[in-house]
Design a protein around this ligand. Structure first.
Ligand code: FCB
Length: 443
């Protein structure tokens, strides 16, 4: 009798293209919706942009060295769609492929397994002008781009993540306008929700038929909402939030159905074979988890509710995000109980704390160490209780451009001085290095 191959647990870090690369108009890259959004005054704090970010496009060898010394076995990065296809479709940009070829080759030479995310929110602006994810044609555009990227890099990149956090993209970008493309439009929100699923399903099918050796998955931000004020209406809205945020993406992928309470709002966009196209087998599910949401009913809000602040007495990060590792464990257990889940990778988890550069030139981020320690222990409790988790990626390798908050929220294991681009590993970097070294014989 053959025994199943033992899967090594992968320890990694994660980043995303627009948040770190910079070089936004170099070597043929065209703007994404995040370039447009960030260059619109007052959309991002202090009107900061990702024009330079961590200058990773030029400094990627230094960043890979940092990862090599950290000892990570895997690195999750994302591909900038408009670097490969400046118009989003059609004409290819060879120099864009060159960059990712170099990156992947150097990662492999350093012994680091690349996990490539195809869409981490930086949609080519040219496609937004055609309606972006509100336009059903996005399914074909995305799938063509996915196949192209995977054909070029897929002799070396085995792990492909279709989307990053479609709930965040749909909700923050189309319902509350906090992220690019900055819309507050209910129709665009529901159309985008469905078309993200459809694009993902279409790409999964196309990639699967190209190469069965690829490990295909997607990354969802899973967190639960609870009533912020104990009222019945807020409790109902918290359930609505859970359906919109989690159920609308987990449901069609893993059980072939949208949450019944939401279906009527999505129906105008659903065509006859769509749910079959969306329910594709995946080799793994990426889960990003940060915090629990406190939901308050707000009848005049576009979707009927708003996010309230975390109650004052609870422990929080500098973002005001609640710290509760047991909630992370319970989210994983619930996923495991409710769905036929494929193996899981924690593709993001981490914390923003206001870091201080001490007079000794170091960053003593004991709070981040405590956070990571708690969340990793919670993940391990879920593993002990049967959840099949294969890896954990800290968000993030280094401080970066945190979307509408610009460079303020520092999530990195490595501090970046955005004036000089100097990288300084924080205490959490050394702590994570030691943790990885101590676990390297675990399975
Ligand atoms: C997630 C995003 C990631 C980063 C972290 C803090 O929602 O996927 O890019 O901004 O939050």
């Amino acid at each position: 009798m053959s025994t199943p191959a033992i899967q090594p647990f992968l320890w990694g870090t994660a980043t995303a293209s627009y948040q770190i690369e910079g070089a936004v108009s170099e070597d043929g890259r065209a703007p994404s919706i995040w370039d447009t959004f960030a260059h619109t005054p007052h959309k991002v704090e202090r009107s900061e942009t990702g024009d330079l970010a961590c200058d990773h496009y030029h400094r990627y060898t230094e960043d890979i060295e940092l990862m090599r010394h950290l000892g990570v076995q895997a690195y999750r990065f994302s591909i900038s769609w408009s670097r490969l296809l400046p118009e989003g479709k059609g004409k290819e940009n060879g120099l864009g492929f060159d960059f990712y070829n170099r990156l992947v080759d150097d990662l492999l030479a350093a012994g680091i397994t690349p996990f490539a995310t195809l869409f981490h929110w930086d949609l080519p602006q040219a496609l937004q002008e055609r309606g972006g994810f509100s336009n059903r044609d996005i399914a074909g555009w995305f799938s063509d781009y996915a196949v192209l990227a995977a054909q070029r890099l897929g002799d070396r990149v085995k792990h492909w993540i279709m989307l990053n956090e479609p709930s965040v993209y749909a909700f923050l970008g189309h319902a509350i306008g906090l992220h690019a493309p900055g819309l507050t439009d209910l129709k665009a929100f529901f159309a985008t929700t469905h078309h993200l699923n459809l694009a993902q399903g279409t790409a999964l099918q196309a990639l699967r038929s190209n190469n069965t050796a690829w490990q295909l998955g997607t990354t969802l931000n899973v967190h639960r909402g609870v009533s912020a004020d104990g009222s019945k209406t807020s409790a109902i809205m918290a359930e609505r939030h859970n359906d919109l945020w989690n159920g609308c993406f987990l449901g069609p992928l893993l059980s072939g159905a949208y949450p019944s309470e939401i279906l009527s709002e999505l129906e105008p966009y659903i065509q006859s074979n769509d749910l079959n196209a969306i329910r594709q087998p995946v080799d793994f599910l990426g889960i990003n988890h940060y915090f629990r949401s406190y939901i308050r009913a707000k009848p005049d809000a576009l979707i009927g509710y708003e996010h309230a602040a975390t109650p004052a007495h609870l422990p929080k990060t500098s973002f005001g995000w609640e710290i509760d590792p047991s909630e992370f464990r319970d989210v994983l257990l619930e996923l495991h109980q409710r769905y036929q889940c494929p193996p899981i990778y924690i593709t993001e988890n981490g914390a923003y704390f206001d870091d201080q550069l001490s007079s000794d030139g170091k960053v003593h981020d004991a709070n981040r160490i405590a956070f990571l320690d708690g969340y990793i222990k919670a993940m391990n409790e879920a593993r002990d209780r049967g959840v099949d988790i294969r890896g954990y990626f800290v968000w993030s390798l280094m401080d970066n451009f945190e979307w509408a908050c610009g460079y303020r929220p520092t999530f990195g294991l490595v501090k970046v001085d955005f004036k000089t681009q100097k990288r300084t590993p924080k205490d959490s970097y050394f702590w994570y290095r030691d943790l990885i070294a101590s676990k390297s014989h675990d399975h």
